[in-house]
Structures are given as structure tokens and as C-alpha cells.
Design a protein around this ligand. Sequence first.
Ligand code: NAD
Length: 498
Amino acid sequence: MAKELWISGQWMEAEGQHHYTVLNPATETALEEVADASPTDVDRAIHSAEEAFRSGVWSALPLSERSQRLENFAKLILQHSEELVHWESLQAGKTKKLVTYSDLPFAIDNLRFFASVSRVLEGAATGEYNGAHTSWIRRQPIGVVAGITPWNYPLLIGLWKIGPALAAGNTMVLKPAPETPLTTLILGPLAKEAGIPDGVLNIVTGRDGSVGHQLVVDPRVRMISFTGSTATGRVIMANAAPRVKRLHLELGGKAPAIVRADANISAAARGIAVGALVNTGQDCTAATRAYVHRRVWEPFLTALTERFKATRLGDPLEMSTDIGPLISAKQRDKVQRYVDEAVAMGATLVTGGHATSINDRGYYFEPTILTNVQQNWPVVQEEVFGPVLVVMPFDTDEEAITLANDVAYGLASSVWTESFSAATIFSKQLEFGEVWINDHLPLTSEMPHGGVKQSGYGQDLSLDALNDFTVVKHVMADTSGAAEKDWHFTVLGDPPND
Ligand code: NAD
């Protein structure tokens, strides 16, 4: 039986019972049939979220109660870990070890964080700032928020949106990527069991971008929180423009990893291999460009190549597998095109470079290192989204910073150095929302994660994310009691000295 839509706290069949097939990218076989929502279905989900918002069932709850129910939700997710890990691994081709030890515990921690900070409404203190009025700040929910998520971290990114959106008192329509809806759908009944009222979290699925598009253009949806490619982000911005709709955009990345001559080379090679190959390179913060000081070029490249060659491709469900397949044949072919084009332009293939399979199945791609590439080539400038790392030399810090910043993206970056002073200079000059020093990838619930330049704007995680999902109102109450205020003459009447 096809997976249905989660609307108003219950499963609903898609209009006309339309559905589509979700594939297992490791075996290329069908996993599940999932509802393909029609415009009427999406309308129903938006209506449900709007009704729930207007009724105040969620936004008017005491904050301690809202927080408790989000905490209950986190506990239920933990109790359903096994099921969630299984389906996340199957639908996305993500290794079970990554989902078990990273995605899922981090997602639960993120939700717990938002459960606790839902009780913290930040803003300037109430006061008589101009002497004649009392000013205060109201921080209120926005209304119906749509969350649109990508296929690379379906569960984690879904919860990155649910956490702050619900903690702030909004209601939601969540739309997972067509390739990976299964774990997001599991969250619907868990939210209900946790005491989150019907209609507060609705989940709609569809075979393409049309469901997301409808959410973007519907006037009842007050905010779009989107994580996905910069190309889709641009389309969403254009479609949201006529209504000046609030956007929260977490887009693509092309992270540099800079290895100074004073770096611990084996630590840098290990850390950058991990940073490049995480989630088979399908990670917006993945290390994709290593800039290596010429003096340490040889030892770094040797250590890095060893790491890449030792990477174990395999069945994502095996705990011994390091990297699984890419999400689809389309993605695999795209990665192959970038590599082939670079090689045709004169790049050196140090290792990897080819699509592969396990028992003739799956969209696998070999861990790949390219050298002798030019800064302006597509493989250096554009998001490849596969296990492909380009390695380029540099001579001075200034050159490294210029090359690192010379892309359209600005999400994540790392610098590898034993010099504290160099690290502080790099952290200031790298134009990325995230700068790691002697590491690449870790995030924490308490600190923001977001991009600059064409990686988007708005933050995930932290109090910043919570605030992104609220509107701020300034209320100014007269305290003088005077009918004629001493400033009224600026509009009606004469200045005092005339
Ligand atoms: P995508 O842009 O193709 O799709 C993302 C989502 O948008 C999907 O749910 C899709 O159905 C929906 N969509 C497609 N067209 C739409 C439209 N016109 N209107 C509204 N919604 C529409 O991205 P993807 O291929 O699923 O994911 C990979 C991308 O996500 C990469 O570029 C990656 O860098 C980015 N990403 C960014 C972050 C971050 O934190 N910045 C995190 C993870 C992934």
C-alpha cells in the first residue's frame, strides 16, 4: 500500500490515489510507493496548517508546555531510532554508521535544543527610550511556514526546520525531496503522539518540484525555509518576489580546505579525506577544493591518496561500509561528466574517476582526486556533489585566501595550521558562514550554520535559527498623557522659536 500524506494529524490518500516509486540507490530496486500530492492535496495541507495556527492550539500554549511536547517528540524519535536509521539508509544510500552515529543523534539533540530555547524570547529590554513612551518588543510566530528539504540529509534537515519553526509557535507544511520522503513521513504520527496538535505539522510528498512551487506561491504560507541547490533557490526567490515572502535559504557550497606548510600533514590528510567523502561527497559543507602549500604538496598528496584508496564502498547497511552510492543515476552521470571534462581539459586523475557498482547494482562512484586543474574550471567552481576532491598548490597565505574566496558559494571552509595567529587571520578573511580550524564538518546545536554569497541566507541551528522563524514587533505606548505632544508641531503648527 502506498505511503499517504500526513494532514491534520491523520493519513490521507492523495487525490486520485496517485503515487510514485521511491528507489533504493544501492540496488536500483523499488523501496516504497509514495503519494504524489495534487494541488488540492497541497491546498488541504496549507488549510490545515492555517486553521491550526489561527486556532492558537499551538501558538497560545504556555511555553513550558510547548517545550515539553517538543521534548516528548525528541524522545519518541529516539525510541524509533532503529526504524528511522533503516529507512534513511535505504532511501538515501547513506551508510548506516553515518546515520546511526551522526545524523540521528545530532537531529535529536537539535530538537532538544529547540525544545529548551522555545522558552527564550530575545530582544531589547522594555524601557522609556525617548522619555515619553514605553517601548517593548514582541517576538511572535510568523504563521504557516513551509519547509522544503533536499535528499542528502532528509531526516536531519527536516528536523532542522521543524525544531525552530515549531519552537517559535508556527505551524508547518513540510515537503521532503521526491527521492527521500520515507523518514520524514514517519515523523508525522510521532509528533501527534508527542502531543503536538493536529494540523501543526503536515507532511506532503510529490514526484517533482510542483508541490514545493505551490507552497512558494500560496499567500497563506508566510515563510519558506528551503534547503537545496542554489539553482532552485533562485527560482524560489523569483517566485516568492511578487508577495515579498519571507525566505530562509540554505543553498549549495564549494568548501575549500587550506593546508598551510606548518600544518600537521597526516591530520590534515585524514580530516580532509573525511570532509570530502562524507555522505559520498553529497554534503553542502564537504571539502571539495584542497589548497596545499607547495612545500608540503608531496607528503600531503601521498597521505590523502592513501586515505582515498582505502575507502570502502559497499552496501550502506553494512557497518563496515565507508561510503554508499550516489542518490541517483542522474547524479552519478553528472559527477562523471565533471570528472571527464576536467580530464579532457588536462587534469591529472590521481585516483578514482569512474562510476562503479556493487554486484552490478547501485549508483556508486570511486573516491576521486584530481590535480593540475585551473581555478576557473567548472570542477573547481561548481558543486559536483560526489566523492571528488580537487587539489591545487599555493605559495602565500594571500594567494590561498584569494583562491578559496574565488567561487560564487560561501557556506563552509577549513584551514589547517599550527599557527594561532594565521588561524585567526584566515577565520576573518575567509568569506564563508563556517570556518573550521584543524577540522572539517562538525556542527553543534548551539551555534549557527548558514551561508553567505550564493550559499543563501538565514541560519540553521542556534538561537539565530529560532529568531529567523519569528517576527519582531515594536510596541510604543505614550506615557505623557498629553493630547498635544511636544513634537506635533513638526507636522501641524509652528516651531517653538517662530
Ligand atoms: P534541489 O534544489 O534539487 O531540491 C531541493 C528541494 O526543492 C526538493 O524537495 C525539491 O523537490 C524542491 N523543489 C524543486 N523545485 C522546486 C521549486 N520550483 N519550488 C519549490 N521547491 C522546489 O536540491 P537537492 O538536489 O535535493 O539537494 C542537494 C542540494 O542541497 C545541494 O545543492 C546542496 O548543497 C544543498 N544543501 C544545502 C545545505 C545547506 O545547509 N546549505 C544542506 C544540504 C543540502
